[in-house]
Design a protein around this ligand. Structure first.
Ligand SMILES: N[C@@H](CCC(=O)N[C@@H](CS)C(=O)NCC(=O)O)C(=O)O
Length: 244
C-alpha cells in the first residue's frame, strides 16, 4: 500500500496520475496547506522540507520498515522502478526521460511556482516579478513546444514519468494568461495525455477536488493562512529539528 500525502495542487496530482497508471493500491491523506497541516511536527519525519506531495511505501521491496519518499521527481522514479513501468530500464530513452523530469522539477516547476505566487498571492505592486516569472514560464512552454514538435512524448516515442511530471503545468499556465493551447504541439500533447483513462480517473477522484482558495488570481488570504504558507508559522516550522 502507498500512502500519498496530498494537497490538491499540480505537484500532488502528478502522483495520483502515476498511481492510477501503474495500478498500485494507494490511500490519499489530505492536507490543507492553507490551514498549515504540513507544519504538524511529525510530518517533518516524512518530508523534511514540509511540502506536498510525499509518499510512504508501507511494504518496500528491500526494507522491512515503511519507507517515506519526498520530492515529486524522486517519487515518480521510485514508483516507476517499483512497478517496472513508464521509465525505460536503460538506453537513450531512459536518460531523455530523466533529463525532462529534472527539467520539470528544476525549471518549469519553480518558475511556474513563482509566477503563481506573484500573480495570485503576493501583495499588489510586484509588476517586475510578475513580468519576469510569467515571461520565463512562457519561454519554458516554448521550449516544451519545440521538443514536442519533434516527438510525440517528451522522452521520444513512449509516454513516461516525464510526461506525467510536466502535464499538470496546464493548471497554472492557463491561470496566468500563458495559454498553453496557443502552442500547437503542446496542445496536441496535453489533449492526448488528458484523454488517457488513468488521467481521467485521477482528475475525477473524489479526494482530488480543487477548492477555490487554490485557484484564481489575486487571492486574499487571511493572516493565519498567509502565515502558514509564506510567513512566520511556515518559517518557524523549519526552525525546529524533529527527532525520529
Ligand atoms: N519540488 C517539490 C515542490 C513541492 C511544493 O512546493 N509543494 C507545494 C504545493 S504544490 C506545497 O507543499 N506548498 C505548501 C507550502 O509551501 O507550505 C516537489 O516537486 O515535490
Amino acid at each position: 500500500m502507498i500512502e500519498l500525502h496530498f494537497a490538491p495542487t499540480p505537484n500532488s496530482m502528478k502522483i495520483v496520475i502515476m498511481l492510477e497508471e501503474i495500478g498500485l493500491p494507494y490511500q490519499i491523506l489530505h492536507y490543507d496547506i492553507f490551514r498549515g497541516d504540513q507544519l504538524a511536527p511529525d510530518y517533518a519525519l516524512i518530508h523534511p522540507n514540509r511540502k506536498l506531495p510525499a509518499i510512504v511505501d508501507t511494504k518496500p521491496a528491500l526494507d522491512e520498515e515503511p519507507l517515506p519518499i519526498f520530492e515529486s521527481g524522486a517519487i515518480l522514479q521510485y514508483l516507476a522502478e517499483k512497478s517496472g513501468k513508464l521509465l525505460a530500464q536503460a538506453g537513450a530513452e531512459r536518460w531523455r526521460t530523466l533529463s525532462w523530469l529534472t527539467w520539470q522539477v528544476a525549471s518549469i516547476g519553480p518558475m511556474g511556482g513563482q509566477a503563481s505566487h506573484f500573480t495570485r498571492y503576493a501583495p499588489d505592486g510586484n509588476e517586475y516579478a510578475i513580468e519576469r516569472y510569467c515571461k520565463e514560464l512562457k519561454r519554458l512552454l516554448l521550449v516544451l513546444d519545440h521538443r514536442l514538435q519533434d516527438a510525440p512524448f517528451v522522452a521520444g516515442t513512449s509516454y513516461s514519468i516525464a510526461d506525467i511530471a510536466i502535464w499538470p503545468a496546464r493548471f497554472w499556465a492557463s491561470l496566468m494568461g500563458t495559454e498553453p493551447y496557443d502552442l500547437p504541439a503542446v496542445a496536441r500533447w496535453l489533449e492526448s495525455i488528458g484523454s488517457r483513462p488513468a488521467v481521467q480517473r485521477a482528475l475525477g477522484h473524489p479526494d482530488c477536488k480543487v477548492p477555490q482558495s487554490y485557484v484564481g488570481l489575486r487571492q486574499r488570504l487571511s493572516k493565519e493562512q498567509w502565515s502558514n504558507m509564506f510567513g512566520e508559522k511556515m518559517h518557524n516550522g523549519a526552525a525546529r529539528r524533529i527527532l525520529p
